[in-house]
Design a protein around this ligand. Structure first.
Ligand code: F6P
Length: 544
């Protein structure tokens, strides 16, 4: 049992009470609603007034955070305790964005000297690549190809797109999929003599990354000879021995530590491609942005703590209202990979069914996360958000200003973002639909048959996060906000947000199937479907 499971009956009573009050009425009854149900941290403004919550329900939720040991859990994490119990590791990615004067230790060891030293080396290398001091055999690098997957890809790839206005170094490319199409399409047109490969892998054993790195190595050797490998590769990993065996020298290897989870590693050497793209100073602004939210998370009272509030809204929706999914909807084209990034952060962290103690969790845990940038998503899946049978809580993100100075575009973008959350909240009832149709001169029979299709139920919850502009600092703040939110939700569910055993079985079975797929001989130790599919694929291959 957790504080959350204990509180579910009383939280459900709040839900039943609030289910009878339309959100429109809540706004009409309380002019202070927006002020009451909004909060700030750093440059971020969170509006959660368009959720089905009132002061009493919020108080009950904050009490759950209090009784659920959120503060103690947070402090244990920051203190470097082994909170990732199944992997026997501390969780200290916050140390990667620390500033001089901060203190982080684990197992009695001060870890910041090593962190600062590695950061300095990594940033110095980034600057030397940018200046052309570190160059390929054909001259300064024009293209950087990051080879990694999961946490060694999603964070840097998402950030490289998000920070496009700040990219003033070589072009950045990201290869992740073991599907040969990924590396083939990426390398097409690149000049090997001016391309630098960054092999990013915490373990340096990940199948996709090792396969792609070997292909990249061959590509370089075929064009430039074996001797060029040293100049055209660098690595970011905790497995220094494996990196050396691949042939990458120590001065081109940037380490990190086992207390950095893969999906939290963007702040470590894994951020190297981003640092090469935006430069050391801006990379430091990015880290400083995240640190700002770390401090807020540590210092702000629970009821005004942004990650805590978002986590409480998360469990409110998931466990009390039983909403299965979460739509992340940035009205920011450059956050087009943000939902993909959050899928790993949230679903790999909290997509679990046992508590730390090993007992089965009785309530629903991590939601199905998906999303696309607005306004594109409006023309695709928003139909379901507005009128579908499932209620999907939405999280809108929008900048007050753009980088482009295209005011008309930005005005339209912001208006659309605000309109969507308004539409989800207020809906359109039968009476409003009929009045609208009558005003068009439609005859009563036609109105009667069309009206049900045009009704919007409304009362669909959303939150909106507003920031001034998508700068490196703001991006750092947003990512840290979501990291801590995921952590708090994991705490409330009593699970370990930092392991990922659920990805292992598929990997294990794939390894055993490689021989069968290669030979085309259906395995006799697998089920009928798997063996049958091996056969079908082999026959299709033979047929060309
Ligand atoms: O998918 C499982 C996983 O272990 C992720 O947690 C991790 O981010 C990814 O694989 C890549 O791992 P590595 O950085 O060790 O190559």
């Amino acid at each position: 049992m957790t504080a959350l499971t204990d509180a579910l009956p009383s939280l459900s009573a709040h839900r039943n009470r609030l289910a009878a009050i339309p959100m429109r009425q809540m706004f009409a009854d309380d002019p202070e609603r927006f002020a009451t149900f909004s909060a700030t941290a750093g440059s971020l403004f969170l509006d959660y007034s368009k959720t089905r919550i009132d002061r009493a329900a919020l108080e009950a939720l904050v009490n759950v955070a209090d009784a659920g040991g959120v503060e103690a859990g947070r402090d244990a994490m920051f203190a470097g305790r082994e909170i990732n119990a199944t992997e026997r590791r501390a969780v200290l990615h916050k140390a990667l964005r620390a500033a001089p004067g901060d203190h982080f230790e684990t197992a009695g060891r001060d870890i910041l000297p090593e962190v600062f030293q590695t950061r300095e080396r990594m940033l110095a290398f980034a600057e030397r690549v940018r200046s052309g001091d570190v160059a390929g055999v054909g001259g300064p690098f024009t293209d950087i190809v990051n080879i990694g997957i999961g946490g060694s890809d999603l964070g840097p790839a998402m950030s490289a797109i998000a920070l496009r206005p700040y990219l003033d170094g070589p072009r950045l490319h990201f290869v992740s999929n073991v599907d040969g199409a990924d590396i083939t399409d990426t390398l097409a047109g690149l000049d090997a003599s001016r391309t630098l490969f960054l092999v990013a892998s915490k373990t340096f054993t990940t199948l996709e990354t090792m396969t792609n790195a070997a292909t990249a190595r061959r590509w370089v050797v075929e064009r430039l000879g074996e001797g060029a490998v040293g100049r055209h590769f660098a690595a970011m990993s905790t497995a220094l021995g494996a990196v050396a065996r691949f042939g990458i020298s120590e001065d081109r290897t940037f380490g990190f530590w086992d207390w950095v989870g893969g999906r939290y590693s963007l702040w470590s050497s894994i951020g190297l491609p981003v640092a090469i793209g935006i430069g050391a100073a801006r990379f430091n602004e990015f880290l400083a942005g995240a640190r700002l939210i770390d401090r807020h998370f540590q210092d702000a009272p629970l009821a005004r703590n942004l990650p805590v509030l978002m986590a409480l809204i998360g469990v409110w929706h998931r466990d009390v209202w039983a909403f299965p999914a979460l739509a992340v909807l940035p009205y920011e084209q450059r956050l087009r990979r943000f939902a993909a990034y959050l899928q790993q952060l949230d679903m790999e962290s909290n997509g679990k069914r046992v508590r730390l103690s090993g007992e089965l969790i009785s309530e629903p845990t991590g939601p199905i996360v998906f999303g696309e940038p607005g306004t594109n998503g409006q023309h695709a899946f928003y139909q379901l958000l507005h009128q579908g049978t499932e209620i999907v809580p939405c999280e809108f993100l929008v900048g007050a200003s753009d980088h482009e100075g295209l005011d008309e575009h930005h005005t339209q973008l912001v208006a659309n973002c605000l309109a969507q959350s308004e539409a989800l909240m207020r809906g359109k009832n039968r009476h409003e639909v009929e009045t609208e149709l009558r005003a068009t001169g439609m005859d009563p029979d036609a109105i009667a048959s069309l009206a049900p299709h045009k009704v919007f139920p409304g009362d669909r919850p959303s939150i909106t996060i507003v920031y001034p502009k998508l700068t490196p600092s703001v991006l750092g703040q947003l990512i840290a906000l979501y990291e801590h939110r995921v952590f708090v939700q994991g705490l409330l569910w009593g699970l370990n947000s930092f392991d990922q055993w659920g990805v292992e079985l598929g990997k294990q079975l794939a390894a055993g199937l490689v021989g069968a797929v290669r030979s085309g001989r259906p395995p006799d130790d697998r089920d009928g479907s798997t063996a049958g599919l091996v056969g079908v694929i082999a026959r299709m291959r033979e047929g060309g």
